[in-house]
Design a protein around this ligand. Structure first.
Ligand code: 5GP
Ligand code: ZN
Length: 110
């Protein structure tokens, strides 16, 4: 998608602080971290949001779930919070599906 900032990050048209990359996913640091460690995992395939995921994406979604704990461990996190904001009312600002991975500040207050 040409006007998607996360697709531009995938294509290196916008710089990012990458922490993990393979053929299917990219993980980079959030530009405005809400925790000492705040990573975003995105699929390289442009999917608008969790609401647009179809059965065709099952394998990819499952793959991302298996990668999250690996990436969190590599980031030194003993525990972490994952968030997928979905749609405007769900707080989604960037419409390329992403998993927030947050932690590193001890037990979260809520
Ligand atoms: P959302 O609210 O859509 O779930 O979260 C989007 C996240 O993307 C926000 O936490 C925001 O700080 C992050 N973000 C937005 N633009 C950029 C960018 O250009 N680079 C990086 N690294 N993060 C971004
Ligand atoms: Zn995109």
């Amino acid at each position: 998608m040409t006007d998607c900032i996360f697709c531009k990050i995938i294509n290196n048209e916008i710089p990012s602080d990458k922490v993990y990359e393979d053929e299917q996913v990219l993980v980079f640091k959030d530009i405005a971290p809400k925790a000492p460690v705040h990573l975003l995992m995105i699929p390289k395939k442009h999917i608008h949001s969790l609401a647009e995921v179809t059965a065709e994406d099952s394998e990819l979604m499952g793959y991302m779930m298996t990668k999250v704990p690996e990436v969190a461990k590599d980031a030194g996190l003993e525990g972490f919070r994952t968030i997928i904001n979905t749609g405007k009312d769900g707080g989604q600002i960037v419409f390329h599906i992403h998993i927030h991975i947050l932690g590193g500040g001890g037990p979260l207050p809520f």
